[in-house]
Design a protein around this ligand. Structure first.
Ligand code: SF4
Length: 178
């Protein structure tokens, strides 16, 4: 169904809105790099716009965080349908290295529907261009889809209360479980 929608609704130029829901700006820089004349995505008809009201596609970086969740949702709702969302970078795809911090909710698909995921920390500009171009049917896929297995959670974590004193030294008592 998504492929049918893509081929009908996004036949011509695609206007993209660039959103950051709380990333470190590493992915931002790579997305902006993609929009510069060096990578020149306008040759595919992909053009940056300043307002979500004018956008067909949202390129979102950073994990979903509590302070920005409402604003991200509002930006998504302001986009006219049909619309697509790309999660760019490991933070947007799964929370990244911040996944269990106090103000991070996790991947952005906890706030808005995501259609495509481009992982990496940050993904290279070539990966972003290729991911967007493949998704929009501008170029052909070069590889077959790969399915990854999620690591088992919870992974053992450091807790200060597990520090014990041994022979005048502080030792992490659960070290052998990590
Ligand atoms: S994926 Fe990496 S580069 Fe991108 S926002 Fe997260 S930490 Fe920064």
């Amino acid at each position: 169904m998504l492929n049918g929608l893509l081929s009908k609704a996004f036949k011509k130029s695609i206007w993209v809105y660039h959103a950051n829901s709380g990333g470190c700006n590493g992915c931002d820089i790579e997305v902006l790099n993609v929009l510069t004349p060096y990578y020149d995505v306008e040759r595919f008809g992909i053009k940056l716009v300043g307002s979500p009201r004018h956008a067909d596609v949202m390129l979102c970086q950073g994990p979903a965080s509590r302070p920005t969740a409402k604003a991200l949702r509002r930006a998504y709702e302001a986009m006219p349908a049909p619309k697509l969302v790309f999660a760019i970078g490991s933070c947007a795809c799964g929370g990244g290295i911040w996944y269990d911090t106090y103000n991070v909710i996790g991947s952005i698909d906890k706030i808005i529907p995501v259609d495509f995921y481009i992982p990496g920390c940050p993904p290279r500009p070539e990966a972003i261009v290729f991911g967007v171009a493949v998704a929009l049917g501008v170029v052909d896929k070069k590889v077959a889809p790969v399915r990854f297995k999620q690591l088992e959670f919870p992974i053992a974590r450091y807790h200060p209360q597990d520090l014990v004193e041994e022979d005048g030294m502080l030792v992490y008592s659960k070290m052998d479980h990590i």
